[in-house]
Ligand binder design. Structure first.
Ligand SMILES: NC(=O)c1ccc[n+]([C@@H]2O[C@H](COP(=O)([O-])OP(=O)(O)OC[C@H]3O[C@@H](n4cnc5c(N)ncnc54)[C@H](OP(=O)(O)O)[C@@H]3O)[C@@H](O)[C@H]2O)c1
Length: 349
């Protein structure tokens, strides 16, 4: 049994720990908290040990914490860092590297420039076999993971026929649980979004991928609007949808009117955290026009990266084959079953 510490207990950290508790191969040492708030009590009530930074110990006098993050890390095989973007790099330098601990970082970090946390950005479908033996690996962000789930299968099927991908990312403002974060009544434009460059780290640096991003006032998932250009006449929508029939983490839906329909269904079905853990092709929006396929898919912002973290953890901790890791992840996340239920519920009428 390997010991894992989750540093950060927000949208991502709380989900990762919830699933790890169901993993018989893993013992969760505890979680790292930085602010003395209700989430400390929530984590303890879920049976988790809470650790805090040594220099903040006094702030947590009123809570039943288990000790310092620094001491918890001394007794751990791997840490999953779930800190706000940029803090993962600081943690690497101040904590994980000095203590010689393996670490997984989240999508708010970078693999480029001076504050790079890793020389590889993980996407289970694209580079699983390259992360075994690595000590520091970054998991791609939700949008980067979602784009990969579409681009990989398209390239496997159409290869040289593809000449260009243009993607507009319509990003959610905040997560469902981030009730303290108010939605602003505006459409915000993102200059130089990192997502395209991140995808190219595993899709190829010269890939003809062009990404724009805006942020809109919703908590209900991201939506990607993608135009795929072909050398010749574009395939019919049915040919596109066929590619994703057996694809992990991609559901093809026909009747969802919006992203909230999908989230509400996940809520009704009792999926953990109302997450689907996948992307959803809105098949009714796929069109083939001349040399271009237009498509849209929504991306479960918080859920999609959790099974990916689980795959990555198995590669780093146990050196498992892709097949073994995939089987184990599936036994915990039940992605096939979720996909089938979503596709049945939102089937073509
Ligand atoms: N939310 C998403 O949809 C999403 C999706 C994919 C990837 N990501 C990435 O995942 C990472 C975490 O995002 P999130 O949405 O989970 O953030 P979040 O909800 O704001 O939670 C961040 C957590 O990190 C803790 N924290 C604060 N300072 C820290 C430090 N120095 N070291 C470790 N933890 C620290 C916070 O503790 P306190 O609350 O106690 O201060 C909080 O529990 C980011 O890199 C983000 O880009 C997020």
């Amino acid at each position: 049994m390997k010991k894992v510490f989750v540093n950060g207990y927000g949208s991502i950290g709380s989900r990762i720990t919830a699933f790890l508790k169901d993993d018989p191969e893993i013992s969760v040492i505890g979680v790292g908290k930085y602010s003395p708030d209700d989430k400390v009590t929530e984590a303890i009530s879920r049976g988790l040990n809470v650790y805090v930074p040594e220099k903040k110990l006094d702030n947590f006098k009123d809570y039943k914490i288990s000790g310092t993050i620094e001491s918890a890390l001394d007794d751990c095989d791997l840490v999953i860092d779930a800190a706000p973007g940029g803090h993962g790099y600081q943690n690497k330098k101040n904590l994980y590297e000095p203590k010689g601990i393996m670490a997984i970082y989240q999508g708010g970090e970078t693999t480029m420039g001076e504050e790079s946390v890793s020389d590889i950005l993980f996407n289970s479908r694209a580079n699983y076999d390259l992360v075994q033996g690595k000590k520091h690996v970054m998991q791609g962000s939700c949008n980067v993971t979602g784009m990969g789930r579409i681009l990989g299968p398209l390239r496997d099927k159409f290869g040289e026929r593809l000449i260009r991908f243009d993607v507009t990312l319509v990003r959610r403002w905040a997560d469902i649980e981030q009730t303290e974060k108010k939605l602003q009544d505006t459409i915000e434009m993102s200059e130089n979004p990192h997502h395209g460059e991140d995808v190219k780290t595993y899709f190829g640096k010269d890939a003809p991928l062009f990404v724009r991003a805006i942020k809109v006032p919703t908590r209900q998932m991201h939506l990607h609007i993608m135009d795929v250009r072909f050398k010749d006449v574009a395939p019919a929508p049915v040919e596109i949808h066929d590619i994703f029939k057996d694809e992990f983490g991609v559901a093809t839906l026909w009747t969802a009117k919006g992203t909230k329909d999908v989230r509400d269904y996940a809520d009704n079905m009792g999926f953990n955290f109302t997450d689907t853990n996948m992307i959803h092709i809105h098949a009714n929006m796929t069109a083939s026009i001349g040399d271009t396929v237009q498509m849209m898919y929504s991306d479960d912002q918080t859920g999609i990266v959790i099974p990916e973290n689980h795959m990555l953890m198995q590669a780093m901790l146990f050196g498992k084959s892709y097949k073994d890791a995939f089987t184990h992840t599936e036994s915990i996340f039940h992605m096939k079953e979720k996909k089938q239920k979503l596709e049945e519920h939102f089937a073509k009428k």
